[in-house]
Design a binder for this molecule. Structure first.
Ligand code: DGT
Ligand code: CA
Ligand code: CA
Ligand code: ZN
Length: 572
């Protein structure tokens, strides 16, 4: 991964945020936001690029490229520094509340001197906000709700942030002399959607050099605790990382223990106790003689407990122990099982890469089919038209000749309107190979309305996949309220797949709903929803989510051969 890309993207995004506080030009702000996404998603490390190289990044023009040069030379962007100096830090803290816009943040600061989240919550409780111009009871409720969302997300980070850092640390430590094995465990190995801290495990007869190398990593900001067996540090993004070093012969037992979850470990320990054994991070021992029985691999540890190896994504005490004992563990879907991707965008709408680049990225993943599904006209900001959609179809036909091994599908991402209708009429829709339909507005409809809306979308014979069905944004927007069992019944009955969207702040459907939907016979589509070349890498997070929902390849329509997929898309 390229850390410079992330830092530069953060600075450009901050520039957009700061400009929106000072009432900057909306067009410019949008351009910065788009560029920030493009920079973060750019596959090449920007730190080696010159002006011409930087301008090759999609949506980055001369002005932004110069800001990036400024960053590469000085580690910051001058305009960001100037704006930071102008705008009180308190106001910036307030804008981290997802439901409080920059203008309102500035207003409460100027009128009431409020400059922190707790002060704001207190002022709302005292009813001091509702007399301000542009504020009312509804605004207060919204802000409080935003504060709640923020607190729920707490100190946890999204899975991609943790995964990128963990992989970098594992790569560094693996190079240290004496390191026999190294990997990450904990919630990240189980692919939870958010991560509290990263747990890295290493095997070595000599922990000293590993602990040294770990605390010396450039992104470590604080050493919280340093010991022989365990060292904990805090890193630049505030995320804590624990490193545990165990003797090589304890590897399997330690990996099992530190992968967790705690609830799963309690179950495995009980099984050990009932068999006259003792299970710890050091191994599986005879409870009577303390003699070590096995500890080198996880497989051996599970086997000696009378269990097959259990995939980490299932280790939540959610029935996996019972299934393992009965020999009923599912054969979970993997990234390698995926033959296609049914949801992606290009720079024709809000993507940052060209059609050719996105298709090349799909080919690079070894896919057999790939659907381009740019936004439909009712998402007005994206300015889709019939003509543009048809022109794109021609472009795809032409491009197909260059990719004999990859079948290109022309699709679209429709907008499900409040009544459950979609953008185009049946005739026009019939021209697409695949239609994803998603909720992009009116998120707060009541349960009955939202249920009807989603059921109607499923009943549309031209809708094949419901995109990011709950529309949640982790830590920023709650899931829509619907009677999900009714939606699942409709999806199963009509042969409409539900998506598992790979964006780390979506992961939608979430795992618990996936598992429930599967019981109704629902089929799923595991998609990137890629808006940039780099987003293709996110697919593993959606697969992890699918695994946590106990899905097998057969449950997932884009693991199927194209013929079987096409039959499903006919919805007969
Ligand atoms: P997180 O960090 O909140 O996202 O979740 P985890 O699961 O990574 O939790 P963490 O970092 O506290 O501990 C990592 C694993 O270590 C955990 O899944 C199970 C194991 N573990 C840690 N402390 C205990 C404990 O007191 N009892 C048991 N049974 N297992 C523990
Ligand atoms: Ca952890
Ligand atoms: Ca931990
Ligand atoms: Zn999309």
């Amino acid at each position: 991964m390229a850390r410079a890309n992330d830092e530069a993207a953060d600075l450009i995004q901050e520039l957009a945020d700061l400009l929106s506080i000072t009432g900057g030009d909306a067009y410019k702000i949008r351009a910065y936001e788009k560029a920030a996404r493009a920079i973060a998603g750019y596959p090449e490390d920007i730190s080696g690029l010159d002006l011409a190289g930087l301008k090759k990044i999609p949506t980055v023009g001369d002005a932004i490229a110069k800001k990036l040069l400024d960053y590469l030379a000085t580690g910051t962007i001058r305009q960001v520094e100037e704006l930071r100096a102008q705008i009180p830090a308190g106001v910036r803290a307030l804008t981290s509340i997802p439901t409080l816009g920059p203008k309102k943040a500035m207003a409460v600061y100027e009128a009431l001197g409020i400059s922190s989240v707790p002060e704001l919550a207190e002022a709302i409780r005292q009813g001091r906000l509702r007399d301000l111009r542009g504020f009312g009871a509804k605004t207060e409720e919204n802000i409080l709700h935003g504060i709640e969302l923020m607190q729920q997300a707490g100190e946890r980070v999204l899975i991609d942030v943790a995964a990128d850092l963990a992989e970098e640390i594992v790569a560094e430590l693996s190079r240290v002399t004496g390191c026999v094995r190294c990997t990450y465990a904990g919630s990240l190995r189980r692919m939870r959607e958010t991560i509290g801290d990263i747990d890295v495990l290493a095997a070595s007869g000599d922990p000293g050099p590993l602990m040294e190398a770990f605390t010396a990593l450039p992104y470590v900001t604080e050493v919280i605790a340093r010991g022989e067996k365990k060292t904990s540090v805090r890193t630049v993004k505030g995320l804590q990382v624990d490193l545990r070093v165990v003797p090589p012969e304890s590897w399997g037992a330690a990996l099992q223990y530190f992968t967790g979850s705690q609830a799963h470990n309690i179950r495995t320990r009980e099984i050990a106790v009932r068999a006259g054994l003792k299970l710890s991070e050091y191994g599986l021992f005879d409870a009577g003689t303390d003699e070590l029985i096995v500890s080198e691999t996880e497989e051996e540890v599970y086997q000696r407990l009378g269990l097959p190896w259990i995939p980490p994504a299932l280790r939540e005490d959610g029935g996996e122990i019972e299934a393992a004992l009965a020999g009923d563990l599912p054969r979970l879907v993997t990234v390698e099982d995926l033959r296609g991707d049914l949801h992606s965008h290009t720079d024709l709408t809000d993507g940052t890469a060209s059609l050719a680049d996105m298709v090349a990225a799909a080919a690079g993943r070894g896919l057999e089919y790939y659907a381009v599904t740019d936004h439909a006209p009712n998402l007005f900001m994206q300015r889709m038209t019939d003509e543009k959609a048809l022109a794109q179809r021609e472009e795809i036909r032409a491009l197909q000749e260059r990719h004999p091994g990859l079948t290109l599908l022309h699709g679209t991402e429709l907008n499900i309107d409040p009544d459950g209708g979609v953008d185009w009429d049946a005739d026009f829709l019939a021209g697409f190979d695949v239609c994803v339909a998603s909720v992009h507005s009116h998120f707060t409809q009541d349960k009955a309305e939202m249920t009807r809306r989603l059921v109607r979308a499923c009943e549309n014979p031209h809708v094949h996949v419901i995109g990011h069905p709950t529309a949640r944004l982790i830590g920023r927007r709650p899931p829509v309220d619907a009677d999900w069992d009714e939606v699942f019944k409709a999806a199963a009955r009509t042969g409409t797949a539900l998506e598992i969207d790979a964006f780390p702040d979506r992961l939608d459907l979430p795992a618990d709903l996936i598992r429930r939907a599967k019981r109704f016979g629902v089929k799923f589509s595991i998609d990137t929803d890629a808006h940039a070349v780099g987003h293709h890498r996110n697919i593993r997070y959606a697969v992890g989510t699918a695994q946590r929902g106990w899905l097998t390849p057969d449950d997932v329509i884009n693991t199927w051969p194209l013929d079987r997929l096409r039959a499903f898309l006919r919805k007969t």
